[in-house]
Design a protein around this ligand. Structure first.
Ligand SMILES: [Fe+2]
Ligand SMILES: [Fe+2]
Length: 449
């Protein structure tokens, strides 16, 4: 039932997949419905770089991973980069790196049989300058992609923003040029143009139905082709892992040299902002909970804004209340104890903003949770019986992407639809008394007081 691993996969990949079969990880679907045969296409063998992208992890001011793919293994992989544009003149860039982490994408047997062989290439750049535009071109065996650029995160307290959203899996319609994922990506490029202080897309996961090449291939195409601005600015990704991302392809897509933990880590954005990324797909207790507690303990006195990002919600907008219980039990008490400012989630496929919640009740001193994923997946009908929605929150069955702006005295949350329409907004004052008063007034309006 579980797809056979392609013969060219390395031993550790085979054993990882066997492990996943044994422990029953990942949705096992009947063959044929797994990938959609029309989406498994042979790829022309070429050294031409595709799928250029940037990943941020702990320190976007000074570190990034720049990645691309090719459909032959290639022998000579180089990234050329500089703080001034150099066009296609690879010899003109001030900096280059040949320290590239390359490997073959793990293929399912049907992908292998169709001739979808491809290779990933990851360049870890460190010692970068903060808030700086890096122009780059990537090269495999003399073939380059042209010049693009990304901007590193700030190291000072200037206002900054994140795009936030998740659930970009579109299934068999992924080959259609106007599918909803591509349209949401185009919206993100427009937002990036309009709000140049956006540092990255904080993706709350579920990129594809399964993390295998014939699906990731289209996701990566769509990200590069549609989120890149007209002037060639790349939208870096801060990833997390969801229940549709358990296969090995996600580790091949979002490689990082030092991966001590499985997709839980903290991204620091200057002195004032920290985003704690959690993995809802592994044990919520044990090491991850200990790590979360120590992170919150360390970070809370240091930063003005403490945001949490994770895939599955604690307060779901579509699924039954009980489905959020594991997060409510394991993590929400820590969020509340350490005064997390804001939580972004995915998984339920809707637009959601809860009322402020404290100890499982609406409370103006509480935490607002937003979600629940709408970057192209088909939106689901929202539940109508949720106290945290009905008493001062909102939910809507629609595609959505969030713009979250961090300033010194306030955070501003806005949700946009596919056409750029403003669907929801919230201001979060930094001062706790002002915030409670603001939330109190908001709850009063919702209650008709
Ligand atoms: Fe999902
Ligand atoms: Fe999910």
């Amino acid at each position: 039932m579980f797809p056979r691993v392609a013969p060219k996969a390395t031993t550790h990949r085979v054993s990882l997949l066997l492990f996943m079969v044994i422990v029953g990880m990942g949705p096992v679907l009947p063959r044929g419905t797994l990938l959609g045969q029309e989406t498994i296409r042979p790829l022309e063998p070429s050294a031409h770089p595709i799928h250029l992208r940037v990943q941020f992890k702990n320190d976007p001011a000074r570190e990034a991973v720049v990645s691309w793919s090719t459909t032959i293994p290639g022998t000579d992989h180089v990234i050329h980069f500089d703080t001034v544009p150099r066009g296609r003149e690879v010899g003109a860039y001030a900096m280059q790196s040949r320290d590239i982490h390359s490997g073959s994408w793990t293929l399912l047997s049907e992908e292998d049989a169709a001739g979808m062989d491809a290779w990933y290439h990851h360049a870890h750049l460190s010692g970068l300058e903060p808030a700086t535009r890096y122009y780059l071109t990537v090269e495999t065996d003399g073939q380059t992609l042209g010049e693009y650029h990304f901007i590193t995160g700030p190291a000072d307290g200037r206002p900054l923003a994140l795009l936030s959203g998740g659930d970009s899996r579109v299934g068999d319609i992924r080959t259609q040029p106007d599918n909803p994922r591509r349209r949401m990506n185009a919206r993100m490029a427009m937002l990036l143009d309009e709000h140049p202080h956006i540092v990255a897309l904080a993706h709350t996961a579920d990129y594809t139905n399964r993390a295998y090449w014939s699906q990731l291939y289209y996701w990566l195409n769509d990200h590069f082709e549609m989120t890149t601005t007209r002037e060639g600015r790349l939208l870096p990704i801060i990833p997390t892992r969801g229940n549709h991302d358990l296969d090995v392809g996600l580790d091949e897509m979002f490689w990082w040299p030092d991966r001590a933990t499985d997709f839980y880590y903290t991204t620091r954005l200057g002195p004032d902002v920290a985003v704690v990324v959690l993995n809802t797909e592994i044990s919520l207790g044990g090491d991850q909970r200990d790590w979360l507690e120590s992170q919150l303990l360390t970070l809370r006195p240091q930063v003005r804004w403490l945001k949490v990002m994770m895939h599955k919600p604690a307060y779901p907008s579509v699924r039954a209340m009980e489905t959020g219980e594991p997060r409510r039990r394991a993590w929400v008490p820590l969020f509340e104890e350490f005064g997390v400012d804001f939580v972004a989630v995915g998984h339920d496929h809707s637009l959601k903003r809860t009322a402020p919640i404290l100890e499982n009740r609406v409370d103006p001193r509480g935490i607002v949770y937003v979600g629940d994923g709408g970057l192209g997946v088909r939106p689901r009908e929202v539940a109508t019986d949720r106290w945290y929605i009905n008493e001062g929150g909102m939910s809507l069955s629609t595609d959505n992407v969030h713009l979250i702006e961090f300033e010194s005295d306030r955070m501003r949350y806005r949700a946009f639809g596919m056409g750029g329409e403003l669907l929801d907004e919230l201001e979060i004052p930094h001062d706790r008394a002002a915030r409670a008063a603001h939330y109190e007034a908001m709850l009063g309006v919702a209650a008709g007081r």
